[in-house]
Design a protein around this ligand. Sequence first.
Ligand code: HEC
Length: 196
Amino acid sequence: MASRTWSVLLTLASLGLHGAATANDTEAATAQARQWATQLVQQTGAALKKELAASGPEGAIGVCKQVAPEIAGNLSRENGVRVARVSLKVRNAVLGHPDAWEQAVLADFDRRAAAGEKPEAMERAEIVLEPAGRYFRYMKAIPTQPMCLACHGATETLPPSIVEKLAAEYPKDRATGYSAGQIRGAVTVKRLLDTP
Ligand code: HEC
């Protein structure tokens, strides 16, 4: 009887400890992912701002096209994780297409924004069990800023040269029609915790 009580208590204690350890792990992983996401958004934003000022929207296309995926690629390689930008309305369907979990989170972000939450601080972290293993997953919303509208605003407001370039390079472009303050997409971070 006594030993049974002890084993129940021990089980509860170890469950409690395990729960606490998992919560701490998630917190640390979230802080790390937030830092990568912020870095990607801020560095891309700074490069866009500089290039837009220096050479206008035509010259700045390369920032969203090359610089952002390069920063994401470097963060991924350096940290052994996947860092990328995804959106429900993509321009580059190959790089930016969200998987099922990401689609659900993006839809939830849009709902939260419609309910009045500011996209700047919007994020989601979760541990997800997939057939290939247990993953830490994280997403941080990317707000549309006024400077983004030169290439992501309503088609009729875009410079004609940009419309032409986008049509030539992205015939299936869906990433227009945004206004400032809307959620353009999100940074996604996926990190394998353990395999089954
Ligand atoms: C000068 C034009 C231009 C500006 C300004 C611009 N973008 Fe883009 N954006 C693009 C192009 C081109 C792509 C497709 C890149 C690729 O091929 O991967 C893109 C892709 C993206 C993507 C990846 C998802 C997708 O739709 O393919 C996100 C997210 C994004 N832009 C966010 C922003 C944000 C936020 C801003 C403002 C801070 C911004 N962009 C400003 C041209 C621009």
